[in-house]
Design a protein around this ligand. Structure first.
Ligand code: BG6
Length: 442
């Protein structure tokens, strides 16, 4: 096996410490990538090998050694020095804001990249379908598409990946997952967390780009895709691309099928607008909702409702498939008329099937029951799983160029309408359940 080097550009930042290094640590502890060399690079003063290694020890919980190179990652000359320090073809991780990533990629055009170099990019990938397409064209001049890893760490979450097993490795649910039997699909990621000092990034992204355009559309892709022949990258990504290409707003009017809202003071949070670093006039939403249609034979007519919010009183992270009512309930069976639901929880990791039976008590009276399973954590945390794909040269879990553009295309009518003020920015108190005017029933 060739030596592997991971180069992290923007290595002094929050993403590196909070997500990337812990994921890498888990991967190394599990015995993957033996002999990895790790190079941290950033423009910041005051970093050296020792400080970098200490950061790695603290965040990754392992000490693979490594070196620090001070570099302005938007300058070809500096990037040449960093790349030359790698043993073997490097994986270059851009732990940088999107605009800086684009400039670093432009600078790489003037650097000879070793054969086998992989480029790993964080979301948001561009800021629109146009800028994503520009970035894709740039990347295509640097390395082959199979060596571009556009990271979406939700695809590394074991319960998200479990959607494939649930749907395609048993006979029970899949025959029901279509417009004959399903009334609606909700994909919800409501977090108790607030801004967490991320104004510099979040105030430019907002909930729609931060969560829906990226993570939740990937979950939709897995829930709605046709069965791939295999999990080989080409097959799997083709099937996911098919459904995302068929996905559009539920109606042409974004005011009907989108909501945006921002939290005000409440619980232990100050108002989002008063957070340090936030420019309230940007009108950044901390909660977004969209209703989408997946225009395929299987899903035509079934609304997919996506929602994500910050500072919500009780966190709720799940996909819920709500089934249509049974065609007819025999006369004489009375009571509960809750619809049947399949719920896939993304933290805690659970699976639940809610349905009605004439169980305890009066045998002619229906009662709701729930069959539940809880899962332990996956072998690797999501970033570890994603990095494994990078080191194995397996792009299965990475977002393909066309899909990155499609995901912007899906949300663009909404972002334009929001920018033009055609959809009001609602408010909700931090710690509440979100705005009263929600598109999600119940
Ligand atoms: C990140 C978003 O990509 O995903 C965050 O930027 C969000 O705002 C996070 O909190 C949620 O993912 P996880 O894995 O922490 O639940």
């Amino acid at each position: 096996m060739t030596d592997q080097t991971l180069i992290i550009l923007g290595a002094s930042g929050d993403l590196t410490a909070r997500l990337l290094l812990p994921g890498l640590g888990a991967l190394l502890k599990a015995g993957h990538v033996p002999g990895l060399s790790l190079i941290g690079a950033a423009v910041d003063e005051g970093w050296d090998d020792e400080r970098w290694r200490q950061r790695v020890r603290e965040s990754a919980g392992v000490d693979p050694g490594g070196r620090w190179i001070r570099a302005d990652v938007t300058r070809a000359e500096d990037l040449r020095t960093v790349i030359a320090a790698a043993a073997g073809p490097p994986a270059v991780f851009f732990a940088l804001p999107p605009a800086v990533t684009a400039r670093a990629c432009t600078a790489l055009l003037d650097v000879d990249l070793p054969e086998g170099t992989r480029l790993v990019l964080e979301k948001p990938f561009g800021t629109s379908s146009g800028s994503a397409s520009d970035l894709n064209r740039l990347l295509a001049r640097l390395v082959p598409e199979s060596r571009v890893h556009r990271v979406d760490h939700f695809l590394g979450k074991s319960t998200v990946l479990n959607i494939l097993g649930l749907r395609f490795a048993n006979r029970i649910f899949e025959p029901l997952l279509n417009n004959t039997h399903v009334a609606a699909v909700d994909i919800v990621f409501d977090e108790a967390l607030g801004l967490e000092n991320r104004a510099g990034y979040y105030d430019h992204a907002g909930a729609l780009a931060d969560m829906i355009q990226s993570h939740l559309l990937q979950i939709l892709g897995l829930l709605a895709m046709e069965a791939p022949i295999s999990l080989e990258a080409g097959e799997f990504r083709d099937r996911k691309a098919d459904v995302l290409r068929a996905t559009r707003l539920w109606t042409p009017d974004p005011a009907e099928c989108s909501r945006r809202a921002r939290y005000t003071a409440g619980s232990s949070f100050i108002s989002y607008a008063d957070e340090p670093g936030v420019d309230p006039s940007r009108q950044t939403e901390t909660l977004a909702e969209l209703v989408l249609a997946v225009d395929t034979w299987r899903w035509s007519g079934v609304p997919f409702r996506l929602r994500s919010g910050k500072a919500i009183g009780s966190s709720r992270k799940e996909a819920v498939i709500t089934f249509r009512k049974p065609p007819r309930v025999p006369d004489g069976l009375t009571g509960c008329d809750q619809p049947d639901r399949l719920r896939i929880g993304f933290g805690p990791d659970t699976l639940a099937l809610d349905f009605n039976i004439n169980g305890p008590g009066d045998p002619f009276e229906l009662d709701p029951v729930s069959l539940q399973a809880e899962f332990g954590a996956g072998e690797l945390p999501p970033y570890g799983e994603v990095l494994r794909g990078v080191f194995d040269d397996d792009p299965t879990l990475s977002i393909r160029a066309d899909v990155a553009e499609q995901c912007w295309r899906i949300v663009e009518p909404v972002t334009s309408a929001w920018r033009a003020g055609k959809v009001p920015l609602l408010e909700y108190a931090a710690g509440s359940r979100g705005p009263a005017d929600s598109l999600l029933a119940g």
